[in-house]
Design a protein around this ligand. Structure first.
Ligand code: ES4
Ligand code: ZN
Length: 326
């Protein structure tokens, strides 16, 4: 069985990581202090005690208010730089990181401030951490399609700093087709497309069908419920489409890691990848996620190598760069 050292030593790409989900309690306290914001907790233990969830809704109820401590471009820079240092320690060589501009613009922080800070960290990452880093703009699906459209237009002056767009937050009642027009426009702007089809959310198999057949995307975030429909698994196989699975996150928002489903898909040849989602909140960075899945499902070293290779194959690196890792 693969050890932590074996997993850390494998070059990996991380493709499902929310920058706002990397806010560790110590940085949260430091930013709150620097910006004069009372968050109601004063020690790392107190903050960590608020990071206890048993559903997506209970997680999001802690996640969004915590972002108040992020105010300046330097704050966003420090958050992303700290994550990139941590990812490098796990053997991550390439990362495509989600960020939620509407969670900041809706409380008065300009779009430009967010992108400037995050992009500076991404641009410095090859030299500082040996990591190639890119940004994916996520729309909050529980906000309106009009708000997503405005956010997309706000991104246009920064489009050379953004690799693609995604869709996150509360999936219930907010299916992919709500954003069909916005995603069509994003494709025209040259962005790559991905969407969350979360674990066990109401209608998630219907939403997976929609993103394969109607609002067609270049990757699917989570998507593990696809096991419910073998015909859709066939579509994933035909297209070589990547799934960005997050085992430890699953165990918080669902009843378990979904190891059987994830590994079943891997063994059927689906381009399954392993990622950390919101590591500061769910308590595991990417190597922890590989290790948890390997232990739960009895993965061989060869299968762990396949997961790592899949992460580059499912990335949006150019073909030449990608092949250097495969
Ligand atoms: C998220 Cl676990 C999860 N699901 C949906 N949206 C999210 N944003 C950050 N983490
Ligand atoms: Zn996610």
């Amino acid at each position: 069985t693969p050890t932590r050292e074996f997993i850390t030593g494998l070059p990996k790409a991380e493709l499902h990581l929310h920058l706002e989900g990397t806010l560790e309690p110590d940085l949260k306290l430091r930013l709150a202090d620097r910006n004069g914001i009372d968050i109601g907790q004063s020690t790392v233990e107190d903050v960590r005690a608020t990071y206890a969830f048993d559903s997506l809704a209970s997680f999001l109820a802690v996640y969004y208010p915590a972002m108040e401590v992020l105010q300046t471009a330097d704050d966003f820079y420090e958050l992303a730089d700290a994550y990139l240092a941590r990812a490098a320690a796990d053997g991550v060589k390439h990362v495509e990181m989600f960020f939620d501009p509407q969670a900041h613009t809706s409380r008065g922080v300009p779009f430009e401030t967010v992108v400037t800070g995050y992009h500076r960290a991404a641009a410095e990452a090859p030299e500082r951490h040996g990591v190639d880093a890119h940004l994916i703009l996520c729309f909050l699906r529980d906000m309106s399609a009009e708000s997503a459209a405005e956010t997309l237009e706000a991104s246009v002056p920064f489009r050379d700093r953004i690799l693609g767009v995604g869709l996150d937050s509360d999936e219930r009642g907010n299916p992919p087709e709500k954003f069909a027009t916005v995603f069509a426009r994003a494709r025209d702007l040259g962005y790559r497309l991905t969407m969350h089809c979360d674990i066990d959310q109401a209608g998630s198999i219907d939403n997976i069908r929609t993103v394969l057949e109607q609002v067609v995307v270049d990757r699917v975030d989570h998507g593990t419920n696809v096991v419910e429909d073998p015909a859709l698994v066939e579509v994933l196989l035909e297209r070589g489409l990547g799934l960005t699975c997050c085992p430890i996150s699953n165990s918080f928002v669902s009843d378990d890691m979904k190891a059987t489903e994830i590994v079943g898909l891997l063994r059927s040849g689906v381009r399954v990848t392993v990622n950390s989602d919101d590591p500061a909140y769910f308590g595991g960075y990417v190597a922890d996620n590989y290790l948890a899945l390997a232990e739960a499902a009895g993965l061989t070293c060869e299968e762990v190598v396949r997961l790592a290779r899949n992460s580059f194959a499912a990335s949006w690196l150019g073909v030449a760069q990608r092949d250097a890792y495969l």
